[in-house]
Design a protein around this ligand. Structure first.
Ligand SMILES: [Zn+2]
Length: 259
């Protein structure tokens, strides 16, 4: 880790008026959630065309729900890691105005972050495809959606099929999340990109939008990405938790010196 770059990033963040973060799967890997893409990822085991496309779900919900149950076990076991906690702390200290996340794992909220835009939804919520009613998974024991014993898929009280409230391939980004992400991006003067390779549209447009209106881009990733060359001002290579802890300590040290 480059100490000089950490200092420069800390300086930029501590003088920023509206810094935001854009996070992806890389920040949750240290919580035990494997990235969907790449070796060992969920998509290596389950072909996304068969399991993660909305048409696949509509054609064979039972098959997709079996994959979703495996994913659910992984998500339930996951706890926020220090990277999530540092971001929550930074928000509490006024060093971060909000987070746009591509993750559906709820770990930013679990760590204490308040303003979180869930670009791809939240896996702990279910929505009825017929009547639109929303269920929280933790409410399911008290207000049990009907389980269709023949199909073995959760159903709404209206009889409609329940789907996790996450964005499947072939589906649009929820309008509200898209608008809020665009508002945060338009307002930001620093964008902290963490654990995302910038390959999934349309979330990957946000760094370019930020860059275009003059925001500084600080990128934290294990390896350089297509964003690094294209938009990044400061690339901090390393694990999200390690880099964020170093960054937060540096900012704390600078503030200590100032007062
Ligand atoms: Zn319903």
């Amino acid at each position: 880790m480059d100490k000089h770059k950490i200092k420069e990033a800390a300086r930029i963040l501590s003088f920023a008026h509206f810094p935001i973060a854009l996070t992806g799967a890389g920040i949750s890997e240290e919580s035990g959630i494997p990235a969907f893409r790449g070796e060992g990822g969920l998509w290596a085991k389950y072909n996304p065309a068969e399991y993660a496309h909305i048409n696949a779900f509509l054609e064979n919900p039972k098959k997709v729900w079996q994959m979703l149950k495996e994913l659910d076990g992984i998500l339930r076991a996951a706890k926020p890691n220090p990277a999530h906690k540092v971001l929550a702390l930074m928000e509490a200290e006024g060093l971060l105005k909000g987070i746009v996340t591509q993750n559906v794992d709820n770990l930013h909220q679990a760590a204490g972050s308040k303003r979180v835009v869930e670009f791809h939804g939240n896996a702990f919520c279910l929505r009825c495809l017929s009547c639109g009613r929303a269920y929280k998974k933790e409410d399911m024991s008290s207000e049990q959606p009907l389980i269709d014993l023949i199909q073995d898929v959760p159903r709404c009280h209206c009889g409609g099929l329940l789907k996790p409230d996450v964005v499947f391939f072939g589906e649009n980004i929820p309008t509200r999340a898209l608008l809020e992400a665009q508002v945060l991006t338009a307002a930001c003067d620093v964008m902290l990109i963490i654990g995302t390779s910038g390959e999934v549209a349309p979330a990957n447009y946000l760094p370019y939008d930020a860059k275009q209106h003059g925001a500084k881009i600080i990128e934290i990733n294990l390896e350089a990405t297509i964003l690094t060359e294209a938009v990044t001002d400061i690339f901090l290579q390393g694990k999200a938790s390690k880099v964020l802890i170093a960054l937060e300590e540096e900012i704390r040290g600078m503030r200590g010196k100032k007062s």
